[in-house]
Design a protein around this ligand. Structure first.
Ligand SMILES: [Zn+2]
Length: 309
């Protein structure tokens, strides 16, 4: 099986050589934005780890076939329990116990921790213990939106693979090769998402259409000059740095959609695009330790100020 992601040449080289040398590290952290292929890469490495054929992952041996079906007994996926927001310490204790059980079908056991950033602190501390003395033949793959949400001590024990969207042309050809969408639609979706393949596929499967309600409402309130409602809308989002990052990205995509819909010329489009560009500044300050409440307050003021001119 060939490497499953477009672009990301350095990660590709690192992963290909760790697999071919049969030296998959015992702890891997895959981070990057939503849609960059983190889960795809995690499944690829997990399958390679349990593959019994040559040129892992061969895609043909029994282990590969079971892994592809998502039911491999030696690959365990961990996410928050139903209805919960966090991965709790109980789940990590179970994982620690299971890590000492011999593999059922292959030579290795793999634990994939989805959304690792939602391990609460006691869960991360419990996880740290098993990272410090990993049982033999066990591989942990942490999938995360942002390594900064994880304890430094956890991150430092992992081999880190950071994914980024490929350049737009690479994204376009990747999507064209793997789907049946028309080339104009693909180009527009790749452009709008800055080459983020997962996000572009999301737009394409929606028929180029409609996304987050919150974003659409926010733009409507901006156009109505209603600062209070904009603030009320962001009140929940600003509680989490990750939600904030996602919201600002989606808001930019929503503004781009709205501008296309109403036409590029005209006063409203000019105001929306001015706000679009000012969001990049706010996006940049998210990388610092800025207070999220203040950040959204400033963004809403900027929106209102641009609109009232
Ligand atoms: Zn195989």
């Amino acid at each position: 099986m060939s490497f499953p992601l477009a672009g990301n040449a350095r990660v590709k080289d690192a992963v290909t050589s760790m697999i071919s040398l049969r030296r998959i590290p015992h702890a891997i952290l895959i981070d990057g934005d939503k849609g960059t292929g983190r889960h795809t890469l995690a499944r690829y490495i997990a399958q390679a780890a349990v593959c019994g054929g040559e040129n892992a992952p061969c895609g043909e041996c029994r282990s590969c076939r079971v892994a592809k079906s998502g039911a491999h007994p030696d690959i365990t996926f961990i996410s928050p329990e139903e209805g919960k927001k966090f991965i709790n310490v109980g789940q990590i204790r179970t994982l620690r116990a299971e890590a000492f059980v011999k593999p059922h079908m292959s030579k290795r056991r793999v634990f994939v921790i989805n959304t690792a950033e939602v391990m609460n602190e006691s869960a991360q501390n419990a996880f740290l213990k098993v990272l410090e003395e990993p049982p033999e033949g066990v591989i942990f793959i942490l999938v995360s939106l942002s390594a900064s949400e994880l304890l430094e001590t956890v991150v430092s024990r992992c081999t880190r693979l950071s994914l980024v969207p490929p350049d737009i042309n690479t994204a376009v050809s990747y999507i064209a090769e793997n789907t049946g969408y028309g080339s104009e639609l693909i180009a527009a979706a790749a452009e709008e998402t800055g080459g983020n393949i997962g996000a572009a596929l999301g737009i394409l499967s929606d028929g180029g259409g409609e996304k987050s309600d919150t974003v659409e409402k926010f733009i409507d309130y901006m156009l109505a000059g209603d600062q209070g409602k904009m603030l009320a809308l962001t009140a929940d989002i600003e509680k989490s740095r990750i939600d904030s990052e996602i919201f600002i990205k989606e808001l930019k995509a929503g503004l781009a959609r709205r501008i296309r819909k109403i036409g590029m010329t005209g006063d409203t489009a000019a105001k929306l695009s001015e706000f679009y560009y000012s969001l990049s500044e706010f996006e940049a300050s998210l990388a610092t330790n800025i207070n999220l409440g203040l950040l959204f307050c400033a963004a809403v003021c900027r929106a209102a100020e641009i609109y009232s001119r």
